[in-house]
Design a protein around this ligand. Structure first.
Ligand code: PLP
Length: 394
């Protein structure tokens, strides 16, 4: 007889009935490209599947390296052609960050991050015993003047790596301009640190395209930049596939790592599907659909924020990515506001979660990828009601 056990979850998150959870940067289920992937699976498995089901090539499935290089080279935000020798296929940006950290750092090393930064990065760096130090940002992202001062300071340990989200930053939505990207590469070359650029939102722009990935500015020697891309945001996160762009010696380091020598290319089967998606032009179609859909959501959320919270917040509507970053101007502490918001049936991510040093207590991040415009508006309405109630206590 087997003992009844509680059922185990199928998904990373579950949202209670009736709650509008604006805290998670996950796409809405109806945006998952089911038909595209069904066709891709049929194409990939059509000839009895001798290739998709075997161990894959260490750098990644060759045909996808070629089709991806061609696809990226054709994008407006890539101003120079990308060669397949500059690409390595990963199992998503999270896995790539962990792998890069394994290959390029040792326990006790220092890694610089932006203040604020992606809140889940801290635990990856903690897994590796790294010392995480925040670098100030402004509306255009990482401040080069502040970085230079820190690099020259005898009181700040030299970084082995700098982790940055240069495009539609998570959480702030900022975009690092080209001159800062160029300067960052110069500083990395001068001071001998690696730039790990998490660029998963690059192709999700809702207006003008952003500058090229930082790896495109790294044009000499062994290389000092790794730019990460992901199919999580352009197709579906459950696929667990992405890529990195770097100079060939860095790519070889990944391809010759113990992980790939033992298990072959990461996510080889999925790579054969994604190649079929690219070959049939279905990726570009899906991205165009996502851009239209998310642009509508940005407009809906902007309108709702102006309507319900305009007198107490500052924000800039994002030009791409998944997030709004709001700052309350009336002294609201967003950790304290959260339980009241939850009572009103809305959830968000408080600003302090994005800081290595507990800053941004007056900020919140709202994700707009999971809900339709009407639900986003309702979520903001509930947030404003919670804020009004909270002000009564302040
Ligand atoms: C900045 C950033 N990096 C990485 C990830 C995770 O990417 P992946 O699904 O490719 O692991 C996310 C997802 O929210 C993200 O916002």
């Amino acid at each position: 007889m087997t003992r009844a056990e509680p059922s185990l979850p199928s998904l990373l998150i579950s949202i209670p009935e009736g709650v509008i959870d604006l805290g998670w940067g996950h796409p809405s289920p109806h945006l998952h490209p089911v038909d595209i992937l069904r066709r891709a699976a049929e194409i990939a498995l059509a000839d009895g599947a001798p290739v998709p089901l075997q161990y894959g090539a260490a750098q990644g499935y060759g045909p996808l390296l070629h089709s991806l290089a061609e696809f990226l080279s054709a994008q407006e935000s890539y101003t120079t052609p990308i060669s397949p020798s500059e690409l390595f296929l990963t199992a998503g940006a999270s896995q790539a960050i962990d792998h890069a950290t394994t290959l390029f750092t040792r326990t006790g090393d220092t890694v610089f991050v932006e203040e604020p930064t992606y809140y889940l990065i801290q635990s990856i760096f903690e897994d590796h015993g790294l010392n995480v130090v925040g670098v100030p940002t402004d509306k255009d992202g990482l401040r080069m003047d502040a970085l230079e001062v820190m690099l020259e300071s005898p009181d700040v340990p030299c970084p082995r790596m700098l982790y940055i989200i240069p495009t539609y930053q998570n959480p702030s939505g900022s975009v690092l301009p080209s001159d800062r990207r160029r300067k960052l590469v110069e500083l990395a070359q001068q001071h001998g640190f690696l730039v790990l650029a998490d660029e998963v939102y690059n192709l999700l722009h809702y207006g003008d395209p952003p500058p090229p990935p930082i790896a495109s500015f790294d044009v000499s020697g062994e290389g000092c930049v790794i730019s990460l891309g992901s199919f999580s945001k352009m197709l579906a996160p459950g696929l667990r596939i992405g890529w990195l762009q770097a100079r060939a010696p860095i790519v070889r380091r990944f391809a010759n790592a113990g992980l790939t020598i033992s298990g072959g290319g990461l996510n080889h089967f999925t790579s054969t599907l994604v190649h079929a998606v690219l070959e049939r032009g279905m990726l570009q179609d899906n991205i165009a659909h996502l851009r239209r859909t998310y642009a509508e959501r940005v407009s809906a959320m902007t309108a709702a924020l102006r309507r319900h919270l305009d007198d107490v917040i500052e924000f800039t509507a994002p030009g791409g990515g998944y997030f709004f970053w709001l700052t309350f101007t009336d002294g609201t502490n967003t950790d304290d506001l959260l339980p009241i918001a939850q009572e009103h049936g809305v959830n968000y991510r408080p600003g302090a979660a994005f800081s290595a040093s507990g800053e941004f207590t007056g900020a919140i991040r709202l994700a707009f990828a999971l809900y339709e415009p009407d639900m986003l508006a309702e979520g903001v309405r509930r947030l404003a009601a919670a804020h009004r109630e909270f002000r009564g206590y302040m």
